[in-house]
Design a protein around this ligand. Sequence first.
Ligand SMILES: NC(=O)c1ccc[n+]([C@@H]2O[C@H](COP(=O)([O-])OP(=O)(O)OC[C@H]3O[C@@H](n4cnc5c(N)ncnc54)[C@H](OP(=O)(O)O)[C@@H]3O)[C@@H](O)[C@H]2O)c1
Length: 247
Amino acid sequence: MGRLDNKIALVTGASRGIGRAIATILAREGAAVALNYRSGEAEARAVADEIATFGGQTMLAQGNVSDKTEAREMVKRVVEHYGRLDVLVNNAGITRDRSMRKLTDEDWLDVINTNLNSVYYCTSAAMEGMIAQKYGRIINISSYVGQAGNFGQANYAASKGGIIAFTKTAAIELAKYNITVNALAPGFTLTDMLAKVPDNVQDQIKAKIPMGRFGLPEEVAKAVLFLAADGDYITGQQINVNGGVYM
Ligand SMILES: NC(=O)c1ccc[n+]([C@@H]2O[C@H](COP(=O)([O-])OP(=O)(O)OC[C@H]3O[C@@H](n4cnc5c(N)ncnc54)[C@H](OP(=O)(O)O)[C@@H]3O)[C@@H](O)[C@H]2O)c1
């Protein structure tokens, strides 16, 4: 018996990093998982193949979630394929790091559209079905940077702080339908996103983490599983999985 047997989940940005680990752990616990990605089809297929090795069920759900039409059509395809959606994990995200003096409007908009607007598009597309079935678990991947700010990440910090504010409002509005909405705020986690940070900066960051190491995608994924499977009376919260870098 898995903790998510007979549940249907959608994970945005599931082809790599944290999204891949989330999709894998949800599938391991018995959920059928729709794997969203934007361009990395080969990587998404590799995730589906890995999940198939332990008998897990998946579908590929391509779509650029920063585009409102593509995002909503992608969610609709998943709901049509499985007949419903129980767990939505809004995970897709990008960085375009520059200090504010160098930041362009394009850098700002790309990050806000991908990280924040996508959460609104996917949630609004998923919630009517969840309201009708009186069940839903929505988990939004924020970041400790949305709580603390970070040099060179004005766009990213605004997007991730916005996710926390959106999460609380959605939680208030959807609670009466037995839909919980929570944010997860990872600290620095070993993925392609962190690999883009220069080595000397990575060393400076690590020195500030009380646990003295970066997090693993699987450690973030375990907290998502907890919210999806056991967080029945938890809503509007931010759960920090950050090695103590922000308390
Ligand atoms: N790594 C960290 O240190 C860290 C810390 C705190 C929070 N986070 C957050 O955790 C989430 C996952 O980060 P990660 O480190 O795993 O990133 P990653 O390794 O760079 O993977 C990003 C994923 O998002 C997908 N994606 C990007 N833009 C998309 C779009 N417009 N539409 C659909 N999919 C899109 C990518 O798919 P394609 O390859 O197909 O584009 C990929 O699957 C992000 O929201 C990030 O902000 C990460």
